[in-house]
Design a protein around this ligand. Structure first.
Ligand code: GLC
Length: 534
């Protein structure tokens, strides 16, 4: 358990993607009762908190990030009563629980959007969205294609994401009031905070000016320079200050974490000033290549930027929008991040990817601050890189004209039991995306109590991190020569060898954990991280 009321500062927060975590009723879709039943396993893993991706009423055109009713649970996932049970069970287990909030857009099935369509041009109902008589600019949807869609009466509305995700007009007082109320609705039910979706997008430049830079699909970082007219506008900060005031009325502390694809880190740090959010996902860290120098740079700049506003740094390697790091790192270091992988694409080296993923995780968990894990990474789970295209559901696949494979490969239901139907995901054979036949070896029951398994590596790392207060510690570089990163966090030396040649540890170092066995001579082989007491 985190020791202070500021529990998030050093917390390890585990992302559950509800449709793919555990299926309680056997319909092939994960659900809230499934999650509740499996929560004790997360307690055993040793995390502090859970973040749940959206489970609200939704037509699921973007896997629930298209919300039709923010105050109810989609029947596919359960009921409000199931949500209450999940929150209570998490708390009984000593886990915090944060939920996703999707304020940039609603679903086109939301009552407000239906009313806007019915009421017609010029109506107050249309004012809650961004309707124009003509597309006023050349903006592209993040998922590909134009960001403006025409409706039957001739007007056009803005959707920075799928056509089924109309952007809200955050200049409208009713929009602001509505979200304050939604916050309170979930806070009153006991949630410990919110992950704020597309936190950098709510306010658009008032002139809706053209933007000609190449579009960066699926949340890739924008090049440095002035912020594009749809992202990171000054006006978003006032919204978060208002929200923070609401959260601060609750005890114990409730938090907000920004999903903001913003750079450089100094811009991102503005989201975590003392009266705004508590955390922001560190996507520059996620995007850094497997290279000592670049990782050192991003670690330094992250710590400096968050430190300058008194916030804690977060670290993250995987989530539901990016290729899992066990596969990402199986490509040559420096390969750009891929928007999905499919049959016919270059395939990662699975062994190398897992080896580096284990080293990357041990490096990450040795850093001071808070860390985010994505369900399945504790099993060493790779991306499903050979999913047949006919199964793809990510809107990016269609909207990009099949140029982007999209994110389905990291969203496949996870394996719990090697020999059960759907690898124990649910009681039946079904899973909403097919699981690869090779996944038995990753199943939890093949790894629990197995020395050297990825699951046991995570478990030991989380226990050691807690015991030595690494999350609340501070970093002092000890060596950054060549292909080695080494730092001290309190009494622990964290060393990663990115090079080919084995490297020696200091003679007084007592090895506590290593991501792979060390050589017979005690040296650290290539692509291995070690934690040692010094
Ligand atoms: C965020 C979510 C992503 C979703 C998008 C639109 O980037 O993480 O999954 O598609 O927002 O809501």
């Amino acid at each position: 358990m985190p020791s202070t009321d500021a529990w998030w500062r050093d917390a390890v927060i585990y992302q559950i993607y509800p449709r793919s975590f555990a299926d309680g009723n056997g319909d092939g879709m994960g659900d809230l009762p499934g999650i509740t039943a499996r929560l004790p396993r997360l307690r055993e893993l040793g995390i502090d908190a859970v973040w749940l991706s959206p489970f609200y009423v939704s037509p699921q055109h973007d896997a629930g990030y298209d919300v039709a009713d923010y105050r109810d649970v989609d029947p596919r996932f359960g009921s409000l009563g199931d949500a209450d049970k999940l929150i209570a069970t998490a708390h009984d287990l000593g886990l915090k629980l944060i939920v996703d909030l999707v304020p940039n857009h609603t679903s086109s099935e939301h009552a407000w959007f239906k009313a806007a369509l019915a009421a017609g041009p010029g109506s107050p109902e249309r004012e809650r969205y961004i309707f124009r008589d003509e597309p006023p600019n050349n903006w592209k949807s993040v998922f590909g294609g134009p960001a403006w869609q025409q409706v039957d009466d001739g007007q056009w509305y803005l959707h920075l994401f799928d056509v089924s995700q109309p952007d809200l007009n955050w200049d409208h007082p009713e929009v602001r009031a509505e979200f304050l109320d939604i916050l309170r609705f979930w806070l009153d039910r006991g949630v410990d905070g919110f992950r704020v979706d597309v936190a950098h997008g709510l306010v658009k430049d008032a002139q809706l000016t053209d933007w000609t830079a190449p579009s960066v699909v699926l949340g890739g970082l924008e090049p440095a320079g002035p912020p594009p007219p749809m992202w990171d506008q000054e006006g978003v900060h006032e919204i978060y200050r208002q929200w923070r005031a609401v959260l601060d009325g609750y005890s114990p502390a409730r938090i907000m974490v920004a999903e903001a694809w913003v750079q450089p880190e100094e811009r991102l740090a503005r989201y975590v000033r003392p009266d705004e959010m508590h955390q922001a996902f560190n996507f520059p860290y996620l995007e850094a290549p497997w290279k000592a120098g670049e990782l050192r740079e991003v670690i330094d700049s992250s710590l400096a930027a968050t430190g300058s506003v008194g916030a804690t740094t977060t670290w993250v390697l995987s989530n539901h929008d990016v290729v899992r790091h066990a596969s990402r790192l199986g490509f040559p270091a420096g390969t750009g991040r891929k928007p999905g992988i499919g049959i016919g694409d270059p395939q990662p080296d699975t062994g190398l990817g897992l080896r580096r993923a284990r080293a990357a995780t041990l490096l990450m968990l040795g850093l001071p601050g808070s860390a985010y894990l994505y369900q399945g990474e504790e099993l060493g789970l790779p991306e499903h890189t050979t999913l047949a295209d006919e199964f793809r559901q990510d809107p990016a696949w269609e909207r990009s004209g099949h140029a982007e494979r999209g994110r389905d490969g990291c969203r496949v239901p996870i394996p719990w039991e090697a020999d059960a139907p759907s690898y124990g995901f649910g009681p039946g054979d079904d899973s909403w995306l097919p699981q690869p036949t090779s996944w038995a070896e990753y199943a939890l029951d093949r790894q629990v109590d197995v020395p050297g398994s990825t699951y046991e590596l995570y478990r030991s790392a989380l226990a050691t991190r807690r015991e030595h207060h690494l999350g609340g510690g501070s970093l002092i570089w000890s060596s950054t020569e060549g292909d080695v990163l080494a730092f001290r966090n309190g009494g622990i030396l964290v060393l990663t060898n990115f090079g080919q040649e084995p490297v020696a540890l200091p003679s007084d170092a007592r090895v506590l954990l290593s991501s792979e066995p060390l050589g017979d001579d005690g040296r650290v082989p290539a692509d291995v991280t070690v934690w040692a007491a010094v």
